[in-house]
Design a protein around this ligand. Structure first.
Ligand code: ZN
Length: 134
């Protein structure tokens, strides 16, 4: 383990915004560009990610936009604004992709699968979700 420290990101996932408090598990540190593809361990290439997003992302850096069938880069939390690419639906349980990058990232990271949508429904019912905007 490195002693590298990240500035505070409110301990929430940079992709789906799930908070550490809601998951009950520490955030992982994601290499946005994986080390296996030359990504370095430096602030501009690191972000907090929940275990779900990090595991589904794996070593991917691109995915298919379901609307255009084009391969596009995954969302980069260090260079792009979350709100340019994602929005919550009216129930705040499902993410909508506002761009090709958002749509591809939602699918690649399974950000709307039944398990997490059910968890978000519970969090909404007690006022723990959605988090403040990115
Ligand atoms: Zn996440």
């Amino acid at each position: 383990m490195t002693a590298f420290r990240l500035p505070a990101d409110d301990r929430r996932c940079a992709y789906c915004l799930t908070t550490q408090a809601n998951t009950g598990q520490p955030m992982t540190v994601d290499h946005i560009i994986p080390q296996s593809q030359g990504g370095v361990t430096a602030f501009d290439n690191l972000c907090f990610a929940c275990r779900r997003c990090n595991e589904f992302k794996g070593s991917r850096t691109a995915a298919c936009d379901p609307l255009t069938d084009a391969d596009v880069p995954l969302f980069n939390p260090r260079t792009q604004a979350w709100s340019d690419h994602f929005a919550w639906d009216a129930s705040a349980t499902r993410l909508a992709g506002l761009s090709a990058i958002g749509r591809a990232t939602i699918l690649a990271l399974n950000m709307n699968d039944a398990v997490i949508v059910d968890a978000r429904r519970r969090w909404v019912s007690v006022g723990w979700h959605p988090p403040s905007q990115a």
